[in-house]
Design a protein around this ligand. Structure first.
Ligand code: ADP
Ligand code: MG
Length: 579
């Protein structure tokens, strides 16, 4: 490829502007040039936040001596020659502006080996003043070194942040390209220390280990293009499952057509895919790469090329959202509880035992449903006695001891007993159906026979109508044997025979509801609920909490045990000695 000046009429049609506003912007342009030159290895080094030094080395095709003269001239490019090329770009660069801009504001040295004839060349341009091209011995590829950035434009320097902050911006740029181009090996050295290193073998997750580290990489899933996407549209990349998140959007990267883009809309599509799965104020991590038909994207709308225009923005939005949602739903994990929550919990246990052993030191509380609940509780933890009976919307964080769901609400941390909660949900559903006289029955593929003891048979006879009303379909089979044809569809019944026998047994020995019917429903709900010591996926927990939110009395199970306790944010702060 050889570099030519663009004709004047074309220059006017290219969105012009200052492309180098900070070190990270320079690094972005240099990386794009290296990629356009076919590099498979790109090493970036910076010092002083990129102000003292930016050095980008690649193993691409290099330039000839004639190219070197033009490369640092404005509007000289090897990448396009006509407006038609601009419509169907295959390169990241096209304006021929970046090197000229960088050469104007730094002490720039280019060293390169022209792959077509094996000759090595160098050229230095100090703050816009070019020196002659010289022949050098050079192993291959191109190295571009910029020192003392903005030394001649002090106003620009004033706008720069601390070197560590500028270095972090550079890290973001290098990291995002390393993720978007897993076939290229990237490295970033900051003050001589390697902070990013990828292997270039094409695997995005292993690239993510080199960019984001093990914790995030371990929570990543790959995106796939949704099945019915229109011709020419594709989505790839990696995103985190909801159990790993971040407080900022700094670890979200979007690419379209292989170029880094800023897009609030597409960013929103990404985040919306996590709706209800992440806490407010928390953000997923990911790198999303979109491809659209070349005539459906305009990359020439912004000086740094970071903004693009999609002809079918709504379609792109929908595809990204679906791809992300499908990937996270298909891979929902068993979550681990954040350590942040588990330490106040153990603290809480100590306090609770203390409170129970020292009733006069504990706080009184009245449970809204259960009169037999303990009359004291820990000062650190309140059972939930919200004025109304409805729950606020809760955001699930994780599970403890495979038995308790930890969630966050507007007023603190909630700890939900998964069994009690599920029992409450089941109980209310059964009763709602009963009252509506429309029990939903799940017919069994094969009826189950159950031989009852005389005592249970008696209970069965008196409970028969209520059981039918709750959704059981039962037949008598001679003697004290019954035939179970169907069970309440609302219940997840694993072993219908054992379940019914247990229910009858509980009723015959008293039951725990206000009426026989209630006792039956409580008992049935209890024996068809999620147990303690059962690992749940984040989605299952979320589902359970949503159902609990819909209950009319969500705060206690049918047996009167609380379904949840709450620890307010104030209480947490106190536990951490913040107050
Ligand atoms: P653009 O990328 O828009 O063409 P630049 O100012 O970034 O403009 O670069 C000018 C020209 O210099 C490019 O068109 C390319 O031919 C050449 N060039 C820049 N960097 C490299 C590199 N790392 N390897 C090979 N050629 C390069
Ligand atoms: Mg360029």
């Amino acid at each position: 490829m050889s570099i030519k000046r663009l004709p004047e009429d074309m220059i006017g049609r290219i969105a012009a502007g200052e492309v180098i506003e900070r070190p990270a912007a320079a690094v972005k342009e240099l990386i794009e040039n290296a990629l356009d030159a076919g590099a498979t290895s790109i090493v970036v080094s910076i010092a002083g936040g990129g102000v003292e030094l930016i050095d980008v080395r690649d193993n691409g095709l290099g330039m000839s001596d004639a190219d070197l003269v033009l490369a640092v001239e404005r509007h000289a490019t090897s990448k396009i020659t006509s407006i038609e090329d601009l419509m169907a770009l295959t390169t990241l660069g096209f304006r021929g502006e970046a090197l000229a801009s960088l050469a104007a504001v730094s002490d720039l040295t280019i060293r390169t080996l022209n792959a077509s004839d094996g000759a090595g060349w160098t050229r230095r341009v100090r703050f816009g003043h070019g020196e002659p091209v010289e022949r050098i011995a050079w192993a291959g590829g191109t190295a571009i070194t910029a020192r003392n950035l903005f030394e001649n434009v002090p106003a620009r320097r004033k706008f720069l942040r601390q070197p560590q902050t500028e270095a972090a911006y550079v890290g973001r740029v290098v990291g995002s390209y390393a993720l978007a181009y897993p076939h290229v090996a990237f490295a970033l050295e900051v003050e001589g220390r390697t902070t990013i290193q990828t292997d270039g073998r094409g695997d995005r997750i292993s690239a993510a280990v080199g960019v984001w580290g093990e914790e995030i990489a371990g929570a990543l899933v790959e995106l796939h293009t949704p099945d019915d996407s229109p011709e020419g549209y594709a989505v790839s990349g990696v995103v985190t499952l909801p159990h790993v998140d971040r407080a900022t959007r700094q670890t979200q990267h979007l690419f379209a057509q292989g170029r880094y883009i800023n897009s609030r809309q597409i960013g929103a599509a990404f985040e919306q895919a996590y709706q209800t799965l992440l806490m407010v104020g928390r953000h997923p991590v990911g790198c999303i790469c979109m491809t659209v038909p070349p005539d459906k994207i305009d990359v020439n709308v912004h000086p740094t090329k970071a903004e693009v225009r999609f002809a079918e923005e709504r379609l792109v939005f929908a595809l990204v959202q679906r791809a992300v949602r499908e990937a996270i739903v298909a891979n929902a994990p068993s979550p681990t509880i954040p350590t942040l929550v588990s330490s106040p919990l153990s603290d809480w246990n100590v306090q609770r035992r203390f409170a129970l052993a020292n009733p006069e030191r504990g706080q009184q509380y009245q449970h809204p449903v259960a009169s037999e609940s303990p009359a004291v509780d820990s000062p650190a933890v309140e059972p939930v006695v919200a004025g109304g009976h409805r729950l606020p919307v809760l955001r699930v964080l994780g599970q403890v001891a495979s038995s308790f769901i930890i969630a966050e609400g507007p007023d603190g941390m909630y700890m939900v007993d998964q069994h009690a909660a599920h029992e409450r949900i089941m109980f209310e559903r059964l009763m709602t159906d009963f009252v509506a006289r429309s029990p939903d029955t799940q017919m069994l593929l094969e009826p189950v026979t159950l031989e009852l003891s005389p005592r249970l048979w008696e209970t069965y006879v008196t409970s028969r109508d209520d059981l039918q009303g709750l959704g059981f379909d039962l037949d008598e089979f001679g003697g004290t044997t019954i035939l179970i044809r169907g069970v309440p569809a609302k219940l997840k019944v694993r072993n219908p025979g054992r379940m019914l026998e247990t229910v009858l047994d509980e009723i015959s020995s008293g039951g725990r509801g206000e009426s026989r019917l209630e006792s039956l429903a409580i008992s049935a709900a209890c024996h068809a609920s999620i147990r303690a010591n059962q690992a749940l996926s984040l989605l299952e927990m979320r589902e359970l909490v949503v159902q609990l939110e819909q209950c009319s009395s969500p705060l206690a199970c049918g047996h009167g045990r609380p379904t949840m306790i709450r620890m307010t944010a104030e209480e947490l702060a106190k536990q951490f000695s913040r107050r």
